[in-house]
Write a protein that binds this ligand. Sequence first.
Ligand code: ARE
Ligand code: CA
Length: 477
Amino acid sequence: NKDTNYVPGHDVMVHLLEWKWTDIAEECESFLGLKGYGGIQVSPIQENIIIPTRPWWERYQPVSYRWLTRSGNERQFREMVEKCNQAGVRIYVDIIINHMTADHSFPVIGTGNSIADPPSRDYSAVPYNRSDFHKSCSIVDYNDPNQVRNCELVGLHDLDQSNEHVKQTIIKFMNDVIDAGVAGFRIDAAKHMWPSDLNFIYSRLKNLSTNHGFQSGKRPYIYQEVIDMGGEGISKMEYNDLGVVTEFRYGFEISRGMRGINSLKWFKNFGEMWGMVPSNDALVFIDNHDNQRSNSDGGSVLTYKEPKMYKMAIAFMLAHPYGIPRIISSFAFHNKDQGPPSDIHENLVSPLSIKTGSCVEGWICEHRWRQISNMVHFRKVVNGTVVSEWWDNGNNQIAFSRGNTGFIAFNSETFDLNQKLHTKLSSGVYCEIISGNKINGNCTGKTVFVDENGYADVKILSDAEDGTIAIHVDVSR
Ligand code: ARE
Ligand code: CA
């Protein structure tokens, strides 16, 4: 199913990486719902192995399907889903069904105290035993589909999804999560499972829970992690019939554009023409939790660490109609294994200060940045319109309208942008939303004038804090 199941008037998904369930519930009520966010990707809910150094990636080594992790327990998860749905924000669960843990030299104990014996494939809390797994072999050749799907990804013991017990166990796990009121799933490592097995599993999933406000007959939104930059043995096109796929080329291309490696003028026809999947099949993002930590995969993507270009990249993504956008809300890190902010007892700390309401303790909270959350508003306002009035200077200054509802311009040249540009907006004074807000009829940031012929005076200095200006019909003064 490819319907996000967003509540009308809401849009854009945010991945609240490693947040606690109680903090997410609060964020739904105090911020995300009001700002019109559509949904949240939460970190895995299933019990994972405890790795002594507590890296973030221990959560991708399941020990059982009990809902108990450093993010919280089952009761807290259910309450979070309830509260977020109330606030008009949907929950999507990152689900790991390709594998269990790898072998480890220390005793394998889960975050829910379950014990496993990986070398003998004994995960008694599920239960799984040796017959539920593929034989051990490692993935070295990504051109060999059999190997990619039947061998072990970085040593993670590979479940056999064609096995009846495995199938039924996964289906039960996912259906229990659906009953809790979630709207869909991110399928981790989908490329490492056979499309036919996934198809079977998806087809046995329940409809979304009408007890949680979904209309009857609604299907879970499925977006599958399939990394396909081209040139490998497995294609994203094998998966987009079953559900949405993560379009990894998107963030790389936009990052290259904003870095000046590729001229922004070429983005005039950005979308399917660039070899990406159809718009509605594409879950798009600038960075995700993996590639914000690495420079591999063919170039580096922009992250919070390069804020000016990053905010421009996100603004482009949210202003442009191609794809279903997801932003990430990160925690600061210096090395790629470093886990989320936690206290001396290894408990996660809360991102938000009760006193100031702002993000603290090493949490970045990109989703709260004005330049990003105001673009979520922009996206809602321009929903359903097409790109028009494209303008570029032949290189790295671009602008476009979205019907007669919004207008945006970017400058990533080393010189100023100073142009009279045509918009489709009606004449008036608009509060520019990247630099400020409209409060009590006044603009706290810049103002933009649109004359009676639709022309706006567009000015973005090359050394400005932000390289974008944007206006829409909701902020006319
Ligand atoms: C960790 C250690 C490993 C160790 C392993 C077992 O880092 O050194 O061998 O544990 O002890 C995450 C981390 C991994 C971590 C793992 C388990 O990223 O580092 O391993 O958790 O704790 C491929 C897959 C893709 C996958 C990426 C990472 O196709 O599905 O690799 N992404 C998802 C998640 C990850 C997660 C997992 C899967 C596992 O998003 O966060 O791993 O659940 C080319 C190919 C891609 C390939 C990519 C990177 O681009 O086209 O297919 O992605 O290279 O290799
Ligand atoms: Ca597999």
